[in-house]
Design a protein around this ligand. Sequence first.
Ligand code: OXD
Ligand code: MN
Length: 596
Amino acid sequence: MDCKNAKVNQFVKESAELLQPDDIVWIDGSEEQIEELRRIACSTGEMIKLNQEVLPNCYYHRTAINDVARVEDRTFICSREQRNAGATNNWIPPAEAYAMTDEIMRGKMKGRTMYVIPYSMGVVGSPFSKIGIEITDSIYVVLNMVIMTRVGEKVMQALGEDGDFVRGQHAKCDLDAEKRYILQFPEDNYIRSCNSGYGGNVLLGKKCFALRIASYQGWKEGWMAEHMLILGVENPQGETKYIAAAFPSACGKTNLAMLIPPEGYRAKGYKLWTVGDDIAWIRIGEDGRFYAQNPEAGFFGVAPGTNEKSNPNAMACTKEGTIFTNVVLKKDGTVWWEKMDKNPPRDAEDWTGKPWDPDSGKPGAHPNSRFTAPARNCPCISPEWENPQGVPLSAIIFGGRRAKTAPLVYQSRDWDHGVFVGSIMASETTAAADGATGVVRRDPMSMLPFCGYDMGDYFQHWLDMGKKTTADKLPKIFNVNWFRLDEEGNFIWPGFGENFRVLEWILKRCENQVGAQETPIGFVPKVDDICLDGLDYEIKPGHKFTKEDLQTILTINNQWWLEDIENIHAFYEKIGKTVPEELRNELTAMENRLKA
Ligand code: OXD
Ligand code: MN
C-alpha cells in the first residue's frame, strides 16, 4: 500500500527500527489479503479453521494459559504528571515507560512479520470518527481488528496526507507475564502493549484507544468516551428511543444490548434494536441533545453463559465470520462453552488444548473465553448503528452486580445527582479481569479500568457536560441491578428479556408518563408500575415470582445504604481532592436523607 502520510511513514519506520521485523505488511483490508492471513495463521497453528459447513468463515484460537484476561495491575496511564493519571490509575512517567518498553520490545520481531493496520473507530471518513494505526506481529490481532474496526486502504484515504492518528504498538514478545505492559500515553496519542496476546490487551482500538485515550480526548475536546452499550426501543407507533447503559465487565451488557422483549410486548409491536454493546462516544448535537455513536464494528463478547435462551441474537452473530477464543473445540470442528446447552461434548478439547472430560468438574471453556463477531451479523442491529451522528439519548443507565442494597431500578433526582449515582456504582468482580472474583468493588460509570485521566476530573467533566445544554435536553439517569439474591443465593429477578419491563418504566419516566416514589436514594417505581403481565419465573422450585418479590427488590433498606456510605467515603478519599464538591455534597445529602 502506498502511504502518502509522512507521520504514518515515520511511525512505521520508528516501529521497524525498534522491533526489527523481517517483513512489513500493510493491511489494505482486501478480502484476498485477509484470506491469505487466515491461511498463514492456520498453517502455523495460530488459528484453526472451523467446520465451514456449520460455521462459514469461522476460526478458532487459543491464547497462552497465562494470558487470558485484561491485566489491570500491568496497565498504566503514562501522563507527564502523576496527578493527571490520578490515584486510581497505575502510573509511570512517560520517559521511563518508553525506555523500559524499548528495552523489552527491542528486536522482538526478528524472524517475524510486522503488520501495519490503519483502522477507523467509527464510520470511515465521518467527522466523529477517529483513526488509529496499530503495529502488531499477531495475525490473530489483525483478523480481530478486521472484525472489530474498519480497516485498510479506505482508512488511509480518509487520513489523507497529514491527518493525525493514534499510534499503537503491539508486540507479543515472549508472552512473559512479568514483562507484560499495557501503556497509554494520553498526551502523545500513543499506546504500547507487549507480552500479551489477549484481546482486551492487544486489540488496541478497543479499551486502549476507544476508552482510555478517547476519554482523555473527550475531556479536552468536550465530548465523552464511555464504557456503555447503546440500544433503541421501538414502540408500537414506530418511534424509537435510545438508551446508553454502563455496566462493569461481564455484567451482561451484550445481553441487554440484544435483548428480546417478552412475548406480550412483541405481540403489541415493541422491538429492541442494538446500536453497540461495549463503547459509546457521546457528543452534544446541534439541537442540544446527547448523541451516542458506537465506534466499533463488532462484538467481543464473553462466550460462557451465552445461549439460545440468554441471548439468541448473540448466538446468531456467531454463526459466520467469527473468531472464537479459548472455548471448547469439538471433534466436528464446531465449538462449545459452558451453558451453551445441556450437552457438553465428550471427545472434545478444552481451552488449553487438552482432551476434556465434562465430568471432571473443570470448565472446558475459559470463563473469559470470547467470540469476535461482526456487528452486521446481528439480527437486531439498528438501522441507525452506522449513523455517523449517533443516536439521540433519552436515558443513561448505570448498573452493577449487587447481591443486596441496590434496588431493581431507581432514577436520579437530576443530572448532578445522576453523576453522583454513576460515581458510586459498584459491582461484584467477575472473570473479565485478573484477580479474585465476587469481591465488591466500586467502579464509577464502569470506567475505573478505562479512564485515561484522573477520576475526579472525569466526574467534573460529567458535571460540566450537563451544564452545556438545558435540563430538558439532558438524558435522564437511572441505576439498575438485575442481580439481587434471596437468602439462599437465588436470583430474585428473572433478568434477560424480562429486563425490558424495566426499560419500559425508564422510558415512561423520560416521557413523564408514570409517577414514582421518592426515597432517600432517588425515585423508585411504585410496585404496580412495573408491568408483570405474562411473567412466569420461578425464583426456586415451587416459588413463583410475585408482586411481593418485586416489592422486596424495590424496597430501600436504609441500614444497608448507610453501611455502603462508609465504603463510598473511603472510595472518594482514595480518588482524593479532585472529587468535585458537588458530589461530596450529594453524598452528605443522601446520608442525611437516609438518617432522617
Ligand atoms: C470487555 C471488558 O472485554 O469490559 O468488554 O472486559
Ligand atoms: Mn467492556
